[in-house]
Design a binder for this molecule. Structure first.
Ligand code: ZN
Length: 225
């Protein structure tokens, strides 16, 4: 798992390239979340006691996945005769690609960049991060989800959009920061069972952030420059 909130905030930066193409920025932010949703597959395999290797950082972290998403949304746009779906697809592709690049450069694991071809790109193969740091990466997920929601609330204040959602947004943001405070000591104290509890709340958080992003699409559209 690699800091979904940070990926989303990087997606927000692409607003400079959105160039008033409706739904492109929305796609880029949503696309930043999508690759790590393969953790749902890991969770299902874990519950069913199946092997989990080869699920995370494979299909959804592949350049072919990017091309497929762009192509599918292009076709939807053609069928619906609505250019916004094509824009959404380009945005999703951009967000997914940015996510993959960030995973390669900022993370300490490999990415199956050309999946289904088993070629793992790992520039960190000779580096081992300290254990305390790798552990800290788990609660940091919640910190960065909170940071992402905070950035969204800034946009919503600036553009005076989605005011009716401000209260709920604040609630989700506070919850994520609280989870960070709770899980930071837990990751060092709990020897058993941490991964299950953390994993469940992480999956909940990534879905929440994804749905909040769609709910706040007016804000994101307003932020396109
Ligand atoms: Zn990833």
């Amino acid at each position: 798992m690699a800091q979904a909130g940070m990926h989303a905030m990087v997606g927000m930066v692409t607003r400079k390239f959105a160039n008033k193409r409706q739904w492109l920025l929305l796609g880029a932010i949503l696309g930043s979340f999508i690759p790590d949703m393969d953790n749902f597959g890991v969770a299902v395999a874990t519950v069913m006691k199946l092997p989990t290797a080869g699920i995370h950082r494979t299909l959804t972290h592949s350049v072919f996945f990017v091309l497929a998403v762009v192509a599918i949304f292009y076709l939807i746009g053609q069928v619906k005769k609505d250019v916004r779906w094509g824009n959404l697809g380009v945005g999703l592709g951009l967000g997914i690609l940015l996510h993959i690049l960030l995973d390669i450069f900022l993370w300490f694991n490999g990415v199956a960049l050309f999946w289904p071809f088993p070629l793992w790109v790992n520039i960190w193969a000779n580096t081992t991060a300290p254990e305390w740091f790798m552990k800290f990466m788990d609660p940091a997920e919640f910190l960065l989800f909170g940071g992402y929601l905070w950035a969204l609330s800034n946009w919503s204040n600036r553009y005076k959009t989605d005011g009716d959602f401000a209260g709920k947004l604040r609630m989700w943001m506070i919850l994520e920061f609280a989870l960070f405070v709770i899980f930071t000591p837990l990751v060092y104290m709990m020897s058993k069972g941490f991964a299950t509890i953390f994993g469940a709340i992480y999956l909940f958080s990534i879905m929440m952030a994804f749905i909040v992003t769609i709910r706040m699409r007016k804000t994101i559209e307003a932020a396109e420059v």
